[in-house]
Design a protein around this ligand. Structure first.
Ligand SMILES: Nc1ncnc2c1ncn2[C@@H]1O[C@H](COP(=O)(O)OP(=O)(O)OP(=O)(O)O)[C@@H](O)[C@H]1O
Ligand SMILES: [Mg+2]
Length: 247
C-alpha cells in the first residue's frame, strides 16, 4: 500500500475525502475514529470489497507494488490472496475445521494431498489453536467458542500467505484473554506482513500499532507514529478523541 489517495462515498454522499497516506510495509497501522467515520468503508476498499456495493463511489487510487488495485490486469482472487481480511464477527465456513483452514490453500492450489495436513497443523499451531482442536479436525467449527472461531478464521486468512491483512475490529466480540492472545499474535506477524487494524479499543491501538490513522468527519484528521498521536496529538479533534472527551 505504498500510496493511497481516495475519495469514497455512497449514493452521492461523501464518506471520506482526500485520504492521502502511504503505509510502511511490515508495519501495523491502527485505524481509529468515532462510529460512522468510515473506518470499515476505507478498509473494505483496500481489498475491493466495496466494488459491487450498490451506490458505492470511489475516485482516486491505491497503489500496491506500483500497480493500481483496480488495474486492468489485476485478478480479484489473486488480489484477495495477497490482501486478506478478518472481520469483527468470526465467519467460519460451513465445513470442517480442517477444511476451513485449507480452503483457500486448495482453491489457490498452494498445496494438495498430504501437504494440506501440514499446512493445517502449522497454521492452527501458529494461532495457538492446535491443541484445542487437533482431535476434532473433522468436526464443525460452529461448536467452537467465539474466540476459537476467530482464531480459526485468522488461521484460514494466514494459510494463503497474504502480504497484507486487514482486520476490522477483530477482537471486539472476544473476551480479554483471547483478545490478548490475538494482540500478541498480530505483533509476531510483522514485519513479514503489513497489518491494518480497525479498533475502538484505544488501548489496543496503543499496544499493537506502530502508526495510527485518525478518521473524523470525513477526513483523515491525523496520521503518525502511534505514541506521538496519542501522547502529543497535533490536531485538537485527535486530542479530544484520544483523551475520551469526544461524545
Ligand atoms: N452499504 C452502504 N450503503 C450506504 N451507506 C453506507 C454503506 N456502508 C456504510 N455506509 C455509510 O458510510 C458511513 C461510514 O460507515 P462505516 O461503516 O465505514 O463506518 P465505521 O467507521 O466503520 O463505523 P463503526 O465504528 O460503527 O463500525 C456511514 O455513514 C454509513 O452509514
Ligand atoms: Mg466499522
Amino acid at each position: 500500500m505504498q500510496s493511497i489517495d481516495l475519495n469514497l462515498g455512497f449514493s452521492g454522499r461523501t464518506v471520506l475525502a482526500d485520504i492521502n497516506v502511504s503505509l510502511k510495509r511490515g508495519s501495523i497501522t491502527a485505524l481509529i475514529g468515532p462510529t460512522g467515520s468510515g473506518k470499515s468503508t476505507f478498509l473494505r476498499t483496500l481489498n475491493r470489497m466495496n466494488d459491487r456495493v450498490p451506490g458505492f463511489t470511489r475516485t482516486g487510487e491505491v497503489l500496491f507494488d506500483d500497480v493500481s488495485l483496480w488495474g486492468q490486469n489485476v485478478d480479484l482472487l489473486t488480489l484477495r490472496r495477497r490482501i486478506g481480511m478478518l472481520f469483527q464477527r468470526p465467519n467460519p465456513f460451513p465445513m470442517s475445521i480442517k477444511d476451513n483452514v485449507v480452503s483457500g490453500v486448495k482453491a489457490h492450489r498452494i498445496a494438495k494431498g498430504k501437504q494440506l495436513d501440514v499446512v493445517c497443523e502449522r497454521r492452527l499451531t501458529e494461532v495457538g489453536l492446535w491443541d484445542a482442536v487437533k482431535d476434532r479436525l473433522n468436526d464443525s467449527p460452529f461448536r467452537l467458542s467465539g474466540g476459537q472461531q476467530q482464531l480459526l478464521c485468522l488461521a484460514r486468512a494466514l494459510a494463503v500467505g497474504p502480504e497484507v491483512l486487514l482486520l476490522d475490529e477483530p477482537t471486539s466480540s472476544l473476551d480479554p484473554v483471547t483478545t490478548e492472545a490475538i494482540e500478541a499474535l498480530l505483533k509476531t506477524l510483522t514485519p513479514a506482513l503489513t497489518l491494518i487494524v480497525v479498533t475502538h479499543n484505544l488501548g489496543q491501538a496503543m499496544r499493537v500499532s506502530h502508526n495510527t490513522i485518525f478518521l473524523y468527519q470525513g477526513k483523515l484528521t491525523e496520521y503518525g507514529p502511534t505514541d506521538e498521536l496519542f501522547n502529543s496529538p497535533k490536531h485538537p479533534d485527535t486530542e479530544r478523541y484520544v483523551t475520551g472527551r469526544m461524545g
